[in-house]
Design a protein around this ligand. Structure first.
Ligand code: NDP
Length: 611
């Protein structure tokens, strides 16, 4: 008789509560109870679009000189929508492939995108500067620190603009209103709020994934009589100072900050340092690990050899995709987190451990990590009630991990008060204050650190409509979810490419993915131009197959289902295709961009119709 394969399985001895030093049952129950407190029926509808009266929240406070110019009527090969790193990489890679007849249209007053808008004090990138800042070797720049602050990143965007002569091709302070395909001329007719009329053979949409600020629909927002703004439009005229701090005008002000996500935790320390009184309104605490920033070692910088940035980026993306690497070049908290996860994910093939045992091992590792995060709160925050409220009770990937050394100690200041809303959120805004649990906190200034739209319609976030063949709108075509081939092209919308998080390979380092997307799009554009064709478009079959591929549940799907709500899981409504992790290539970024490389290598434009 054949042996039962289960008999051959290694035995995983389940650790006891004494061995662990904590009780998993207790933690499971606590996580569930905290999630329940935060669940709400309205999901994404709890936020208000910044239109009508609220549109003032997205006015540009950074414009020094308003541009006055006549409308432009012009034909071009490529029109790039957006002057953030996506648009700039598209422009740089187009130039490299010999396409130089392009224009960039940008709503802001300069290049930079995210880093043009997000100038709040303390703004910093969580991803290592040596891989996040694009085109370092091309521009000959070396960041000053391992994690760059916003001014350095914005200055780098300007450097790229100068290096690639992009300023002469940019239309700033210009908002596109419509983009319409004209079959007769095989051109996109693009019209702007300045009366421009661009006729472009190709359009590349790089409007960004977290570009449109969102506000909570808290009753009474409009009635607030004090000063108010969103973190992505910081009002330095009001606060004084700049991104590096010195908010001296807040010395006699009572300030409220709503939101303790990645942005809130970065700006709270600076405001706490200067405001007469700061109230921080928290709904869910962030998990905050050490930052550990350090200056760039000049000797290390000198030792780098050609191609180092791409190698480092590939190494980081591989580790974060669970692909074992001999060396961890970035070696930071991100790679630590993923290496721990990767080790667990690697077990099944060799070990024969049951799926149940593996899930338990992963859960124990997760509990240990979060216990460490909670211990850190206790060490850094002196007031026991505040420390208790600042502890996150969820699994480590439920919300975006954050890294900061200044936020928690800010609550030791006598002028800073944490107002924990117990998962319910702010109750009401009055003419002069913020109400939580029936208590009104009087303030002069209300700052919304409440993030950006995720999961709303693509064209709403792009802020204009795209009309393809036969007048079909992209909003209608994507009404039941995006439909693309490889994330770039949609059937019925010839020559219109998308960049960003449109059914591609999502990577924690966004510039890594934008770079590969730019290389891919530039290849297709140069191929089409090179053979004298007019249009490139995906076939319906290729598009259908790709949509099927990206709608398979990814690694994060089941994990996020039991999570506390947030934009990662469509505010607790995972599986509706609206969460940040839904609808991407399920194999991860390295496999995705390798696959695109092989596709280019093959050279037959498989899945596309070139006419
Ligand atoms: P988030 O969406 O992450 O955070 C919004 C905050 O507002 C949350 O704390 C949320 O609470 C809170 N909130 C929303 N509604 C209410 C309400 N009614 N009452 C009280 N609080 C409320 O936005 P962020 O701007 O912080 O970050 C967005 C993303 O931008 C990040 O996740 C990250 O990807 C990126 N970013 C990256 C940085 C970097 O270093 N690379 C730095 C900053 C941002 P709740 O959690 O309960 O929903």
């Amino acid at each position: 008789m054949a042996a039962n394969p289960a008999d051959a399985r290694p035995v995983f001895k389940r650790p006891t509560v004494q061995e662990l030093g904590f009780d998993p049952e207790v933690l499971r129950a606590r996580y569930l109870a905290e999630r329940e407190k935060r669940l709400r029926p309205d999901g994404n509808a709890q936020y208000r679009e910044v239109t009508g009266d609220l549109e003032r929240f997205i006015d540009d406070p950074y414009i020094e000189t308003e541009i006055h110019r006549d409308p432009i009527v012009e034909e071009m090969e490529v029109l790039i929508v957006g002057g953030g790193f996506g648009g700039m990489l598209a422009a740089a890679r187009l130039q490299e492939s010999g396409v130089t007849n392009f224009r960039i249209v940008e709503r802001g007053g300069d290049f930079g995108g995210t880093w043009y808008w997000n100038r709040y004090p303390g703004a910093q990138c969580d991803i290592e500067s040596y891989i996040y800042l694009p085109l370092l070797e091309e521009t000959g720049y070396m960041p000053k620190e391992k994690y760059s602050f916003a001014p350095e990143i914005f200055a780098h965007a300007q450097r790229i603009g100068r290096h690639f002569n992009l300023y002469e091709r940019a239309c700033f302070q210009t908002q596109i209103e419509t983009s319409t395909w004209d079959e007769a001329t095989a051109r996109w007719q693009v019209r702007t709020d300045r009366g421009d009329h661009f006729k472009a053979r190709f359009v590349i949409m790089c409007s960004g994934p977290l570009n449109r600020p969102k506000l909570p629909a808290i009753p009474g927002i409009e009635s607030f009589q004090g000063h108010t703004f969103h973190t992505s439009r910081w009002d330095y005229d009001y606060t004084g100072g700049d991104s590096t701090g010195n908010l001296h005008k807040l010395g006699d002000k009572r300030v409220a900050i709503i939101g303790t996500g990645a942005t809130g935790i970065q700006c709270v320390p600076a405001v706490g340092r200067y405001a007469k009184q700061l109230y921080v309104f928290q709904r869910t605490p962030s998990a905050i690990d050490e930052r550990g920033n350090k200056p760039t070692d000049p000797e290390w910088a000198k030792s780098l050899t050609s191609g180092w940035q791409a190698r480092r980026n590939h190494n980081f993306a591989s580790i974060l995709s669970g692909i074992p690497q001999e060396e961890d070049l970035v070696a930071d908290r991100w790679t630590d987190l993923f290496k721990a996860l990767g080790e667990l994910l690697a077990i099944p093939t060799d070990s024969g451990l049951s799926a149940e045992d593996l899930a338990l091992m992963a859960e124990i590792a997760d509990f240990r990590k979060m216990n460490g995060i909670r211990d850190r709160v206790e060490k850094l925050v002196q007031n026991p009630a505040a420390a208790e409220a600042l502890k996150p009770w969820y699994k480590q990937w439920c919300k975006r991990p954050t890294f900061n050394d200044d936020f928690l100690p800010t609550f030791n200041r006598p002028n800073v008060t944490l107002v924990d809303t117990g998962g319910a959120g702010v109750e009401r805004v009055t003419a002069h204050g913020i109400v939580v649990n029936g208590v009104e906190y009087p303030v002069d200034c209300l700052i919304f650190a409440t993030g950006f739209e995720v999961g709303t319609a693509y064209t709403r976030r792009a802020e204009f409509e795209v009309y393809g063949r036969d007048g079909q709108s992209l909003s209608a075509y994507w009404a039941n979810g995006m439909r693309t081939y490889h994330g770039f092209l949609s059937h019925g919308f010839p020559n219109c490419f998308h960049m960003g998080l449109t059914q591609t390979g999502l990577a924690p380092n966004l510039t890594y993915m934008l770079n590969w997307q730019a290389i891919h799009i530039s290849y297709i554009v140069s191929q089409v131009l090179g053979c004298g064709a007019q249009t490139v478009e995906t076939t319906p079959e290729a598009e259908m197959e790709w949509v099927r591929t990206v709608r398979q549940p990814g690694m994060m799907s089941s994990y996020l289902k039991g999570c506390t709500p947030g934009y990662y899981n469509a505010e607790g409504k995972a599986d509706r295709g609206e969460g940040f992790f839904e609808g991407h290539f399920p194999g991860g970024p390295v496999q995705f961009y390798d696959m695109l490389g092989a596709w280019r290598e093959q050279g037959d434009m498989d899945g596309l119709a070139v006419k």
